[in-house]
Each structure stands twice: as C-alpha cells, then as structure tokens.
Design a protein around this ligand. Structure first.
Ligand code: C2E
Ligand code: CA
Ligand code: CA
Length: 631
C-alpha cells in the first residue's frame, strides 16, 4: 500500500518533469527560430555570445509555461478525482453557489428524492420545495443560519419524493470558503435515514405503549401526568385520575384460558378508548387495571359522572369467542391538586381510592379525599332528588309572620320554602337552596313557590284575610328573560291583588347588570309588586345605590339583631341605616329578633317591624290562618 503510494507519487513527479522539459524545449525552439531568422537572415552575422539572452529567455518562458501546464493538470486531476468519488458515493451530495444555483449535484440525488441531477440543475429551488410541510419552518431557519451566520448544521428532516413518499433524511450542510476567506457557497450531504427512524419509532412505541391493547402504558401515564402538573396552576386548574380495576379477572383467566382473557382486555380497551378518548387520556396501567386522566376538569363532581360511565361501560355484556360474558369493576378517583401534586402520589391515591371503593362495595367509586366525594355525591343525589321532588310537588311553603314591634300585631308574612320529603320529613332550605341555585333548578323551584304563595293569598282573601306575603327571589330567577311574564301570568291565574305581593331580592341581583336589574324592578313596580332588599348590611351594601333603586323596604340582616346588645359599632351602623331609610321613606324590617332585650333596643332605635323566633317561627299556612283568626 505504502509502496503503491510512493510509486504513484514518483510517476506523478516524472510526468511533471516531462512537462517542464517539453515546455522549455518548445520555448527554446521558438526563440531559436526567431533568433535564427533575425541574426542569420536579416543581419547576416553571428557570434556565439548572441545566444546568451535567447537561451535565458527560453529557459524562463519555458519554465513559466511548464508551471502553468503542471498546475492546470493538477487541478483537472483533482476535479476528476472529486467527481469520481462524489459520483460514486451513496449520499446525495451537492455544492450550491451563493446565488442558489448548483455547481455540482451527485447522481444519487435520484435515489433519495426521485429527481434527476438535471432537474436539480434546472430548478435551483427544488430542494426547498421537497421539504415536508411539518419541517418547513426548521428548514427555513436552518437556511438562514447557513446564509447569515455561516453555521454548519446537521438535521433530521422529512422530504416528499417525486413518487409522493415521505422519507426521513439526515442533512449535513456547511459553508464553503475560498482561499481569501470569502464564502462562495454551501456543500451538503444527505442520507436516507427512514429505516433508522422507523426502528427508533418502534422502540419508542414499545417503551410507551402496551403491546396487547396498544394503549399508552404506565410509563406514558406518568409522563402525561407530569406534563399536566407542570402546566397546571393548582389554584385554578383541576384534573382527575380515574383508576379502574376489574373484579375477579383472575377467575376469568383461570376458568377459560389466557388468550380469552387477553381478548377481553383488548375489547375493554376499545370500549374505554371510544368512550373516553375525547375527554381524556386512556392508558393500560397493567394487568386488568386501566387509568383514564381527565384534564381541564371544571367541576370536580363531573369526575364521578365519568367514573360512573366507565362502570356502566364495563357492565355491558362482552361477546368473546361467541360466549357472552359479564364483568364488573371498581373505579377510584384522585383529583389534582387535592389528592396530590405529582404523578406518583396521584396514581397511588387513585389506586387506594379504588381499593376503598371495592371494600365498601355499595359504591364502586371513591375519592381519597373523602369529604369531597361525600359533598359531591350528596350534591348529585340531591340535585336528582330536587328534580324528582319538583315533579312530585314535594316543595311547599311555610310562612313566618312579620310583626309590629310596638303591639305584636301581624303585619305580613314571609314565604319560606320547605321540602316535604317522604323519607326525611320537612327539609330546611339550607340543604337544597344552594344546590338548586347552582344547578339552575331554582328557576322552576322559585316559580313553584310563587304559585303556592299566590294560591294562598287568594285562599286567604276568600276567607276574608288580607295579608301581604314576601317571596324570596333568587338572582338567577330575577335575571331570567321570562321572569316578568311568569310573574304576571301567576298573578292573573289566581286573580290576586299584586299589592299583596312583595319580592325579597338580595344585592346579588345588581352585581351583573345593574341597568337591566333596575329595568326589571320598574316592571315589577308597574305590576304593583313591592320590593324589599334582603339581608341588608351583609353583602356589598352601598347606601348610595339604594337611593337610585325603586325599592320599598330594607330587611336588616339578622346579624345586627344578634350583635346590637354587645357591639356598639353595630348600633352605630344600624342608626345610620335607619336614618337613611327615614330620609328615603323606606320601610325597615329587622330579621332574627330572638329576645325581648333585642326588641326593646330596636324599638328605641326607631324600628317598627320585626321578624324572628321571639314572635313566630316559620309555619304551615293552616297554622298561620288559625293564629290570625284567633287574633
Ligand atoms: P332569608 O330570606 O334570610 O330567610 C330568613 C331565614 O331566617 C329563615 O330561614 C328563617 O327561618 C330564619 N329566621 C327567622 N327568624 C329567625 C330568628 O329569630 N333566628 C334565627 N336564627 N333565624 C331566624 P330558612 O327558612 O331556613 O331560610 C333560609 C334561607 O333560604 C332564606 O333566608 C332564603 O335565603 C332561602 N330561601 C328560603 N325559601 C326560599 C325561596 O322560596 N326562594 C329562595 N330563592 N330562597 C329561599
Ligand atoms: Ca328573605
Ligand atoms: Ca334575610
């Protein structure tokens, strides 16, 4: 090898020497002829020293011409060698000038792109057009790096071949400089790496997917939850981990055979995927355990609906190898951020909740944060029962009289909703009003109570009793577009005098759109209904806006009655409210009066009307009727 190299070098040197000699010889010959013609034919005289200058000239010129010829020979040789190597290489190589045109494109371009060298030479932008749209952005920024910063780079990119196939290729590219250090273009080699990518993707898939069901596996699950926890703000964003475990799966495997069990798991995976794909990330945790992660969970209680859906889904019969099979399972729920802030804790808690669910067997679902599940379950069952209760007309109204403090005379009553439930007896509003509010059921419930009240007013009128009744109106009910129509329809239906109706609203109604609230108030006033602001002094109580509103009464919240005997500040506030009401010609009612001392002080401060256990508790209409009759 070394000898070959030495002998080829020697051959090359001999060839160069031969070129020099040849060049000197021909230069000498040319100059010799000129000298001969000049001296011999023109001057007809000759001396030997006349040859010194021509000989030197011949040597110099001959050497110069020879050197140029040798250099040119070397250059051609190099170029041919480069082409011979590049043409032969499997990589698609090119050299592009600064203007974008190609100086050289290796023939293997056709193997990678499907396009010939001529197509590249004729369409200098071809390479840019071939890049896959998904990689275009990276490609353009890479071109910028090369053009503006002269940075060499290696990238894995996709291109679309002439046949329309997408292939992966490795693109190595760097700037080319001349001897003066100026950039004259870029050179690049491109290698088809599709096969390598395919293997990489397969390995990646194997690492993150379960081979039996093709669902993401436990590792994907942790990765997904970690990403979610990093992206979620624990103060505002919630997500749920639903952990499903089948009952007696081991028995199925033992009684039939493992292939049968596998088949069942595949079918189950398909069902879960179909049901939960749109709302969450479905994974096989291992064995007969599946985990679904539900991101962007607004209301935590929806997690329970989803878990219930999973249970319903697995309880549908499976047909495996023409056999009908029924299975069951338990789902445990863990909620971010309540049950953990990282994947490990959340999965562990969901798993623990699932065990708990199975142990308690009466329910398949449990949360590790017990209170939450309890609240959530109560909420859902109550919501469903309120719906049913409305259909069954289980909601009734009690009436609590308002009295004249001075003489104890009944001057009106407040209608207070009660739920007459078959299994629980009379249920107080604090157990159902907030749920009705939150679910919007308050609109139906409110209309129902209004109807009861109007019927009662009518009934009392028929018995010669004229009593004005206050009805609590929720802000949702108040803002409902059909509110005014519903109210006037009910008044007409029972033919009552609207002046006997009072609506108690809270400051909540002014929070959304005060102008539309004022508009509704005027419409109610036009119907003849009076308006009271309830729980005054607790909320946003601005005495200023009270002046602007068409209201008749302020109901002073029960906390004042409770505190006036101990807190002088409350007395001062109460005095201010009462004097404002006097100026504005507003009536006042003090709620929650429980003792004679409170009543006495309130009377001294100038209150005339009160409501409270000192006088009467809320009671059924019949009881109130008999009290009024006796009086
Ligand atoms: P509210 O409108 O402030 O009603 C007064 C509440 O205070 C009633 O409770 C009443 O029983 C209670 N109360 C009366 N006197 C005294 C007293 O001397 N001491 C104490 N500690 N409490 C007294 P209730 O009936 O449990 O109603 C609770 C709340 O439920 C009501 O508060 C009202 O906000 C809501 N509510 C009741 N019925 C309806 C309804 O038909 N519609 C709407 N939207 N809300 C209703
Ligand atoms: Ca009230
Ligand atoms: Ca109140």
């Amino acid at each position: 090898m070394f000898n070959d190299h030495v002998s080829s070098k020697r051959r090359k040197n001999n060839r160069d020497l031969f070129i020099y000699i040849k060049s000197i010889f021909f230069s000498g010959l040319a100059i010799g002829i000129v000298v001969f013609v000049q001296l011999g034919l023109v001057l007809k005289t000759f001396e030997l020293h006349y040859l010194i200058v021509p000989v030197i000239l011949a040597l110099v010129l001959g050497f110069l011409f020879g050197h140029v010829a040798v250099l040119r020979r070397h250059l051609l040789l190099k170029n041919d060698l480069f082409r011979a190597v590049a043409d032969f290489a499997q990589e698609f190589t090119y050299f592009r000038r600064l203007d974008g045109s190609y100086e050289y494109v290796s023939p293997s371009c056709v193997d990678i792109t499907g396009y010939s060298t001529d197509e590249f030479y004729n369409h200098p932008n071809l390479m840019d057009q071939l890049i896959h749209s998904a990689d275009k952005e990276r490609w353009l920024s890479h071109i910028d790096d090369i053009n503006y910063e002269g940075k060499a780079e290696s990238l894995d990119l996709r291109l679309v071949t002439k046949e329309g196939n997408t292939i992966w290729f490795n693109h190595i590219c760097g700037p080319v400089f001349n001897d003066a250090g100026e950039r004259i273009g870029v050179r690049s080699t491109n290698v088809n790496i599709s096969e390598r990518k395919l293997i990489e993707q397969r390995i990646q898939h194997m690492a993150y997917y379960d081979p039996l069901t093709d669902l993401p596996n436990r590792r994907s699950l942790s990765k997904y939850i970690d990403e979610l926890t990093q992206a979620s703000d624990p103060n505002s964003e919630k997500f749920a981990i639903l952990f499903l475990d089948l009952d007696r799966f081991k028995n199925i495997n033992d009684s039939f055979h493992h292939e049968f069990g596998d088949h069942l798991l595949v079918e189950l995976a398909k069902r879960l995927q179909q049901c939960c794909r749109d709302r969450g990330f479905v994974t096989r945790f291992g064995g007969d355990e599946f985990v679904v992660v539900v991101p962007n969970l607004g209301d935590p209680t929806t997690a329970i609906d989803y878990a219930q859906e999973m249970i319903d889904l697995i309880e549908q019969p499976f047909i495996i190898n023409e056999k009908e099979l029924y299975i069951s399972g338990g789902v445990g729920i863990a909620l971010y951020p309540y049950d953990g802030l990282d994947a490990t804790t959340l999965i562990r808690n969901a798993d623990a909740a699932m065990y708990q669910a199975k142990k308690e067997s009466h329910t398949c679902i449990s949360l590790s944060s017990k209170e939450l599940i309890d609240d959530a379950t109560t909420f859902i069952t109550t919501e469903n029962r309120i719906r049913q209760g409305l259909v069954n007309e289980e909601f009734i109204s009690y009436f609590q009289p308002k009295v004249n403090i001075a003489n104890g005379e009944i001057v009106g009553a407040e209608a207070l909703a009660r739920w007459s439930s078959e299994d629980r007896g009379i249920v107080q509003p604090d157990e159902f009003i907030y749920i009705a509010e939150e679910t919007g059921l308050i609109i139906s419930l409110g209309s129902h109570i209004l109807e009861i009240v109007c019927a009662q007013i009518n009934h009392w009128s028929e018995q010669g009793i004229t009593l004005s009744v206050a009805v609590n109106i929720s802000s949702k009910q108040f803002a409902h577009p059909q509110f005014i129509e519903t109210v006037s329809a009910v008044i007409n239906k029972y033919g009552i005098q609207a002046r006997l109706l009072e609506f108690e609203i809270t400051e909540q109604v002014f929070l959304n759109d005060i102008n539309s609230a004022i508009d509704t108030l005027w419409k109610l006033k036009d119907l003849g209904i009076s308006i009271a602001v309830d729980d005054f002094g607790t909320g946003y109580s601005s005495l200023n806006y009270i002046k602007r509103l068409p209201i008749d009464t302020l109901k002073i919240d029960k906390t004042f009655a409770k505190d006036i005997l101990n807190d002088t500040r409350d007395v001062a506030i109460l005095k201010a409210i009462l004097s404002l009401c006097e100026d504005l010609k507003l009536k006042t009612v003090v709620e929650g009066v429980e003792t004679q001392e409170q009543a006495k002080l309130l009377s001294q401060l100038g209150c005339t009307t009160a409501q409270g256990f000192l006088y009467y508790k809320a009671m059924p209409a019949e009881k109130l009727t008999s009290i009024i009759r006796k009086k």
